[in-house]
Write a protein that binds this ligand. Structure first.
Ligand SMILES: Nc1nc2c(ncn2[C@@H]2O[C@H](COP(=O)(O)OP(=O)(O)OP(=O)(O)O)[C@@H](O)[C@H]2O)c(=O)[nH]1
Ligand SMILES: [Mg+2]
Length: 426
């Protein structure tokens, strides 16, 4: 899973990146602080209790004090990557924080749109917008009175469309000549080839060509399309390739009507979460220093023993104020937004492959070592391929370890399922 952070310069993309990945990066109050992309891992809590909670209940039915001892640690998992604490299992999501984009980037303004290729292979985008009005459309600090964030959204979407248009327009005349001999298949091939460079799935060209026909039933045959028709196709491709959500950042100083903004963004087909990346970063830094403990996506914190010894009254007060300001926003801030994208919008689910469906362990006895993100409706056999090609090729059947039921090769697996895959190869 790969999510790109985009937006005009100086809105807080890198601050959001740093808060979510706990990686220090350059942050400053002027445009184009970031030039080379920052790439890092955000740990996203699964949106339901980890499977180890059910395992614990199962064990408690049959066992005694030894298990109770482990309850205190709040987890039974031995993850290969990430952690599980209080039955909250974290999964990795790659974040890409790119350079700011200004209107006219596709014509080479600002940093141009070279960097957009850094967004290749992203499954979705988060556009960070400035809802405090403290920057102009090019990211220059202006104190207050900045443009309506809807303008930021409109220009960014149109720059993305122009970027995709540039990709598919390249070689279009040649393809049209080819299509006169070979038919529309030449167009499909051209689109697939061009778009594979930015990580598009093979079926994208067919999906987009079907969609353009549905939206514009009177549009001429592709062979006579002009640039403005190709732009319509680019918009559809952008929507298919890069579903986009919005972080209304600097929200502690919001200077626009939040309800109006929400409904305007809804009309554009998106969803906004109000955030304060700077506040989240401050909380995160205090947590990384061991002074406080926080639950991801929660604005509350607890002062640790170390914090009790080292935090001054002033620092405690400041953290308290920050936490209160974060509690004003619905939806769990940046992690809430990430969770919404992964689980609600992209509709991914989590599965725990194991080697032993009684004890839910791998070959080395590690409990629930892997929690993997897969698209909803992934079949048991597809899951086997994702775990290992060998397992997919020699697939016999899968067992749902929670229910003990067999899952047929082409049946979908469920969110939170613990799966043992039987293969014909020993
Ligand atoms: N008030 C306020 N300021 C913020 C917030 N998030 C970031 N900032 C500030 O906004 C400025 C820009 O932050 P960056 O994270 O560097 O912005 P960016 O979008 O990555 O900027 P470029 O890399 O130049 O495109 C910095 O001064 C941050 O401290 C926020 O939630 N509230
Ligand atoms: Mg930046």
């Amino acid at each position: 899973m790969r999510i790109g952070l985009v937006g005009k310069p100086n809105v807080g993309k890198s601050t959001a990146f740093s808060a979510m990945t706990q990686t220090p990066v350059e942050i400053a109050n002027y445009p184009f602080t970031t030039i080379e992309p920052n790439i890092g891992i955000a740990w996203l809590p699964i949106n339901e209790k980890c499977a180890c909670h059910e395992l614990l209940n199962k064990k408690n039915q049959y066992q005694n004090n030894e298990t109770v001892e482990k309850i205190n640690q709040g987890s039974l998992c031995m993850p290969n990557t990430g952690i599980c604490k209080n039955h909250m299992r974290m999964i990795p999501v790659t974040l890409v924080d790119v350079a700011g984009l200004v209107p006219g980037a596709h014509e080479g303004r600002g940093r141009g749109n070279q960097f957009l290729s850094d967004l290749s292979r992203c499954d979705a985008l988060i556009q960070v917008i400035d809802v405090s009005g403290s920057t102009d459309l090019e990211g220059n600090p202006i104190g207050s009175g900045g443009p309506n964030p809807i303008k930021e959204i409109e220009f960014l979407l149109s720059e993305l469309d122009s970027w995709i248009l540039g990709i598919i327009e390249n070689g279009w005349d040649r393809v049209i000549r080819k299509a006169q001999a070979e038919g529309d298949i030449a167009i499909r091939k051209h689109l697939s080839e061009k778009l594979s460079g930015i990580g598009a799935r093979d079926s994208i060209s067919v999906e987009a060509l079907n969609e353009i026909q549905r939206r514009f039933p009177n549009l001429s045959d592709p062979q006579s399309w002009k640039s403005n028709d190709l732009l319509k196709l680019s918009t559809i491709l952008r929507e298919l390739l890069f579903p986009i959500s919005f972080a209304g950042n600097k929200a502690e100083n919001i200077s626009f009507d939040d309800k109006k903004l929400k409904s305007e963004i809804k009309k554009l087909g998106g969803k906004i979460f109000f955030t304060s990346a700077e506040a989240e970063l401050a909380i995160q830094r205090a947590a990384s220093s061991g002074l406080i403990s926080v639950i991801p996506g929660d604005s509350n914190f607890k002062i640790t023993e170390l914090g009790k010894k080292n935090l001054s009254d002033k620092q405690r007060e400041a953290l308290g104020r920050i936490s209160t300001s974060l509690s004003m926003f619905d939806g769990g801030g940046l992690i809430g937004l990430l969770s919404d994208i992964v689980f609600n919008q992209l509709n991914y689910i989590v599965s725990y492959p194991v080697n032993d469906d009684t004890h839910w362990v791998d070959a080395d006895g590690k409990i629930l070592p892997d929690a993997i993100l897969v698209p909803n409706y992934t079949t048991a056999k597809q899951l086997a391929f994702l775990v290992h090609t060998d397992l997919g090729e020699n697939f016999v059947r899968a067992i749902d370890a929670k229910s003990g039921m067999t899952i047929a090769a082409d049946s979908s697996i469920k969110h939170g399922s613990v799966i043992k895959i039987h293969s014909s190869k020993k």
